[in-house]
Design a protein around this ligand. Structure first.
Ligand code: ATP
Ligand code: MG
Length: 745
């Protein structure tokens, strides 16, 4: 049953018995589908219980989707180890907390808090922001960590100006340890160390996991790879799927060549090649595969279309970024008028700043949309960070950053002096927040003393509440009532616009309330801790766009990885945007892969736009069309032709660039020749209209917006099948079946 909806090569991967397996395959060829099917297959085949399988996805959204699909196929099944590397690591660390001398609810320090810590640290050491840029230091520390370099080694191996950074790294780590907190990179690093140094822990997990499956393997970094090796039994029980052409996280330490060395690292690995792109129409597949085949170094893979027809890729030149946004807005509306949903459509761009004109144009046109920035913006709001800090100190009594943040927020008479005293005390290891405040109170007098005591009592009580299992909603209510925070905000005392802030507070309360449901089964964690972890990890997650009602998504290409949308608009196909202004040729190659990822998100239609002028970072530019447009063959496109001025770099100029490197065919030949897949039956995708048409007429259908209606006429064929439907509510409408999202009643 599981194997039924798969082609032979996919079946081969899914039912592979024993030993490591690599599925190296192009976009849309069903790699993720294989991961899901293989999980179910293994459960069935061997009768393993769900917690014996570990599945690593690239985003938490992907993890949720996977769980959703599994629960649909098998309602009783609840795989418990499905998540990102970070969430899996966090879970294991909490299980091993005692051994690691961490409280179970250790804090996960997110980006803004990390910067705050670094700033405090620089302040204490008398280093100015100009000497050491906090953001750059955070980045540097991240690189050290992903490479598995600890502070001692960093200090030993760096000289000159970097030495200061290494020393600050050491101080930063000490500070984290004091607070019983880990940053994102620590999650992996600490776990890897623990597994390396503690055979007992290592064996526990190796015994537990019968099989490990990894999606989007091309973007794992060396540390994640190390983790994988430690968790697997002799590197045997591992399945990885990926596409070197979609490796786009080099800036986070992922390496494009990584996936290609899998057969070397996992001796005896079986390799399966998939070639059919089931996602996209023929023109999109042609355009994308020809674009990527111009890459300088890649493992050559065929990407074959199912033959599903569709409109050519639409190229459009616009005068400015405003015109670009308005053009996309218009097109989106046209599609909606013809029956598409807003949520079927996505605008992709290279840089977040590109979202601005779209946000304005969509607002003007009344197009509902969502951005990832909005989600992030919410968690960066001051009131949200304040309240989450209250929750964090409640869950982790050693969390000093959070305590520092809320010491006098809202004001409780503990000003600068109290703050300085707290900083002096804060270095004492092992003191809980309330113990710190008790000590502090002895050094204060009058009102400050009283309020330090009261705060200490509240903190101790909140900590008890967390431990006895009270959820985040109760905790938030506790703190709101004890601090008068809501009132402080609504009265505008905090000096920022009141109403929006109150709304934000309410939204956080709603979130925490919703979260309270269904958490009862987690016996080894506190609900408040789980809530905080969810929020912390969601901020590190590129795919966390929030579940969409009917809205157009505005996403960076990085955020769109692994996803698919019926209609894609790729904006800003310009030199210095895509490819981004680059430092070297390797970067340009990564940009090409980004372009490829963007194109291959589209199922039915793809439009690519570029502008003749653009305001960027306060300057007016006259960008040139992206060099990648040259590599899209004319037969797959319609619309404007990009005009390349002589100085536009040519991606294949051999005089300038290193010779192209195409990796040899797979060392382990797929057992079925890839060409045999070219004859995929077309019925999978667009059924011939001749057969379908009479079936449509007289059918009762339900449209998501117009409701119930009866099909009166059907014209055209394939992707152009147009239906005349008499809707009960709104009369006759002609809709393209392809866009209309109809359900047959
Ligand atoms: P990406 O590289 O973008 O992550 P992928 O290789 O993981 O893509 P999937 O997302 O698994 O591809 O599949 C792409 C689309 O093709 C999905 O809608 C999936 O349901 C569909 N699909 C995959 N295999 C088949 C098949 N054998 N028959 C019909 N549809 C399929
Ligand atoms: Mg996928």
């Amino acid at each position: 049953m599981i194997l039924e909806e798969l082609n032979p090569a996919q079946q081969e991967a899914v039912s592979h018995e024993g030993g490591p397996l690599l599925v190296l395959a192009p976009a849309g060829s069903g790699k993720t589908r294989v991961v899901i099917a293989r999980l179910l297959y293994l459960l069935d085949r061997y009768g393993w219980s769900e917690d014996r399988l570990l599945v690593v996805t690239f985003t938490r959204k992907a993890a949720r989707e996977l769980l959703h699909r599994i629960s649909r196929l098998r309602p009783s099944s609840r795989p418990s180890w499905v998540g990102t590397f970070h969430s899996v690591a966090a879970r294991m660390l909490r299980q091993q907390a005692e051994r690691l001398d961490l409280p179970r609810e250790f804090t996960i320090v997110d980006g803004p808090d990390q910067l705050q810590m670094i700033r405090d640290l620089l302040g204490r050491q008398g280093v100015s922001d100009k000497e050491v840029d906090p953001k750059k230091l955070a980045g540097r520390i991240g690189k050290w960590k992903s490479a598995g370099v600890d502070p001692v080694e960093a200090i030993r191996t760096t000289f000159g100006p970097f030495r200061v950074q290494a020393e600050l790294y050491a101080a930063y780590q000490d500070n984290l340890a004091l607070q019983k907190a880990l940053d994102f990179d620590d999650l992996l690093l600490t776990l890897v160390r623990c597994l390396e140094q503690d055979p007992e822990v290592r064996e526990t997990y190796q015994r537990q996991f019968e099989h490990i499956l990894v999606d989007e393997y091309q973007d794992t970094n060396p540390l994640q790879e190390r983790l994988l090796r430690l968790l697997s039994r002799d590197r045997q029980n591992v399945t990885v799927v990926g596409d070197d052409d979609q490796s786009i996280y080099r800036f986070r330490g992922a390496e494009v060549g990584h996936i290609l060395s899998f057969p070397k690292e996992y001796p005896g690995a079986r390799q399966v090649v998939l070639t059919v792109n089931y996602r996209s129409t023929r023109p999109i597949v042609t355009a994308a595969s020809s674009m990527i085949s111009s890459a300088l170094a890649r493992y050559r893979k065929d990407m074959v279309s199912t033959g599903r027809p569709g409109e050519p890729v639409f190229l459009k030149k616009l005068d400015s970024e405003w015109a670009e946004a308005r053009f996309v807005a218009r097109t989106i509306q046209e599609k909606v008028e013809r029956g598409a949903m807003f949520r079927d459509q996505v605008v992709l761009f290279r840089m977040n700043v590109q979202a601005q004109p779209f946000i304005r144009a969509f607002a003007e046109a009344g197009i509902p949309f969502q951005t990832r920035g909005a989600v992030q913006g919410f968690f960066n709001r001051r009131e949200i960070r304040d309240l989450l800090a209250y929750l964090r100190v409640s869950a982790n009594p050693f969390d000093r950053i959070s305590l520092g943040r809320i010491l006098n927020v809202p004001p409780r008479g503990m000003g600068e002096k109290a703050r300085e005293r707290l900083d002096q005390q804060a270095g004492n290891p092992g003191l809980s927040s309330w113990e710190l405040l008790e000590r502090l109170s002895l050094e204060l007098s009058g009102k400050a003393r009283e309020s330090a005591r009261a705060f200490a009592n509240d903190l101790e009580e909140a900590s008890r509440m967390v431990r006895r299992g009270d959820g985040p909603f109760s905790l938030l209510q506790f703190w709101l009532s004890r601090t008068g925070y809501e009132q402080w905000v609504s009265e505008g005392e905090s000096g920022e616009e009141g109403p929006g802030r109150e709304e934000n507070l309410k939204e956080l309360l709603r979130m925490s309330e919703r979260f309270g449901d269904g958490i009862g089964e987690l016996t080894d964690r506190t609900p408040t801790g789980v809530f905080l972890e969810e929020l912390a990890l969601s901020q590190e997650d590129p795919g966390e766009a929030g579940e969409s009602p009917d809205r157009v998504s505005l996403l960076t290409i990085h955020q769109a990885k692994g996803l698919e949308f019926p209609h894609v608009y790729l904006a800003g196909a310009e030199e210095d945007i895509l490819p981004m202004k680059s430092r070297d040729k390797v970067d340009v190659e990564e940009e090409r892969r980004l372009f490829y990822v963007a194109m291959t998100r589209a199922r039915d239609s793809l439009a690519i736009t570029w502008c003749l002028t653009r305001q960027l970072f306060g300057r007016t530019e006259s960008p040139r069309p992206s060099r990648f447009l040259r590599d899209i063959p004319p037969e797959a496109v319609q619309g404007d032709r990009p005009v390349f001025r002589p100085e536009t770099p040519v991606s294949r100029q051999t005089s300038e660039l290193p010779p192209r490197k195409v990796f040899p065919p797979p060392s382990l030949a797929p057992s079925r020749p890839a060409t045999s897949l070219r004859s995929v039956p077309e019925k999978r995708t667009s059924p011939p209209t001749e057969v379908l048409r009479p079936e449509w007429i007289g059918k009762t259908v339900v449209h998501p917006r117009f409701g119930r209606g009866r099909v009166e006429e059907a014209h055209g064929e394939g992707g152009d099948l147009e239906l005349s439907i008499r809707f009960e509510s709104s009369g006759v409408r002609r809709l393209l079946e392809r866009f209309a999202n109809l359900q047959v009643d």
